[in-house]
Design a protein around this ligand. Structure first.
Ligand code: FES
Ligand SMILES: [Fe+2]
Length: 415
């Protein structure tokens, strides 16, 4: 891809990307094809409790694609491209609902909840409706989490993909949780600026006083952007300091091994991550005052004040405290629009306004994400200026360079 390579010549390691990476429509289109719709990109999109009954569905909309995720009469959750097999109209127009039949709003072809075409008027005698069901999209359910893969090819094996993340994920028993709250943050910015923002915590002290008052200062500095994104000396000091907490976790049979993507898999486009650290400051949860906001979730018998960070890829991430989880999705809509969605999970038996209330569980990450939306949009606006030149990254923004290297690698993968 010549255009991309020409642009790459203008990139200097240790600086931000040149402007055209954020403004060139051809680049955006290639990014979607080479990254987002690639076979390695299993996206965590929602939780099964969103669609508890047969016929319940929701749409997963990203770039030009719309996917219908629907529970069939047989209770199985399936995914279909929201494209009528007659002349291509979108079939479902509302973001969510419950239907016995999916009726196309154009010529009224009707599909059942399993995607089979059930009615099409005045068709030729040799027309076989069995050949015209909705086109399926790859889907996997893991521990109640719904994953989609939008490749037009064969996706990579899901079990292989999820394997290294299982130890950290499984202790939170997402299959025994339910959705407590969902919030969307439409962000007027290129998706890379959203992901860059999530790769560093340099901005945390000035922009996220709520998050920083909960976590220990050295956690924010060394771990806020993930292990290895701050200078080694301070990171090692922090890891040494939390050793007693880690040892205690081991004694209780909890996973303590950080998963950093291996080079072998990074070269294939993977970007998985998992770690578990104490929130610190004696705090037990990510709440306004650090006290729990719901009942224990998962395998925990007591609060240990840990925070688990699990990244399935750059576009879907989960955080868990002992009492709730947050699913983050970053969905590119166009070159300058990204939808950020947060879904809060609590234990399936927790009762709203008795065991938890949504303000308490969402306070930290709602305020933090609102601030992120604001700073990312300002970043996008400023970066559009004719005067913009790539700037020098700080010592705690190595996560951004890591992100760029992953990105360059993906863009070259199938050349
Ligand atoms: S496009 Fe759907 S029925 Fe014609
Ligand atoms: Fe932030």
């Amino acid at each position: 891809m010549k255009e991309f390579n020409d642009l790459l010549d203008n990139y200097t390691e240790g600086k931000t990307l040149p402007q055209e990476f954020y403004t060139n429509e051809n680049i955006f289109s290639e990014e979607m094809n080479r990254i987002y719709f690639q076979k390695f990109n299993w996206l965590m999109v929602d939780h099964v409790t969103r669609i508890p009954n047969p016929g319940d569905y929701f749409l997963f909309n990203v770039e030009k694609e719309s996917i219908i995720v629907i529970r069939g009469r047989d209770q199985e959750v399936r995914a279909f491209y929201n494209v009528c097999t007659h002349r291509g109209s979108r079939v479902c127009l509302e973001d969510e609902g419950s239907k016995k039949l999916l009726v196309c709003p154009y010529h009224a072809w009707s599909y059942d909840t399993e995607g089979n075409l059930k009615a099409a008027r005045y068709m030729p005698d040799d027309f076989d409706p069995k050949q015209s069901g909705l086109r399926p999209c790859y889907i996997k359910i893991y521990e109640g989490l719904i994953f989609l893969n939008l490749t037009q090819d064969q996706p990579i094996n899901f079990d292989d993909f999820i394997q290294p993340l299982k130890p950290m994920l499984d202790i939170h028993k997402t299959s025994k949780s339910k959705i407590a709250l969902r919030k969307k943050y439409p962000t007027a910015a290129n998706f890379k600026l959203v992901l860059e923002n999530f790769s560093e915590c340099y901005h945390c002290v000035p922009q996220h006083p709520e998050l920083c008052s909960i976590h220990e200062k050295d956690w924010v500095y060394t771990m806020g952007g993930g292990v290895g994104t701050a200078p080694k000396k301070e990171t090692d000091e922090y890891l040494k300091k939390i050793e007693p907490w880690v040892e205690d976790c081991k004694k209780r049979g909890l996973p303590t091994e950080t998963y950093l993507e291996t080079n072998e898999f990074r070269e294939k486009g993977f970007s998985r991550y998992a770690d578990r650290t104490p929130i610190g400051n004696g705090h037990l949860s990510q709440t306004r005052d650090g006290t729990p906001a719901s009942t224990l979730m998962g395998t925990f018998k007591e609060f240990d004040g840990g925070l688990t960070q699990t990244a399935f890829n750059q576009f879907s991430i989960c955080y868990f405290t002992n009492d709730f989880g947050i699913m983050f999705s970053f969905k590119p809509q166009s070159i300058s629009e990204t939808e950020v969605e947060l879904i809060w999970l609590v234990d399936q038996n927790a009762k709203e306004n008795i065991d938890y209330n949504v303000d308490d569980i969402s306070y930290i990450w709602h305020t933090t994400t609102l601030a992120d939306t604001r700073i990312i949009e300002n970043n996008h606006k400023g970066l559009m200026s004719r005067s913009f030149e790539p700037g020098v990254l700080s010592k705690t923004e190595t996560g951004i360079t890591y992100f760029y290297n992953w990105y360059f690698n993906c863009m070259n993968i199938s050349r």
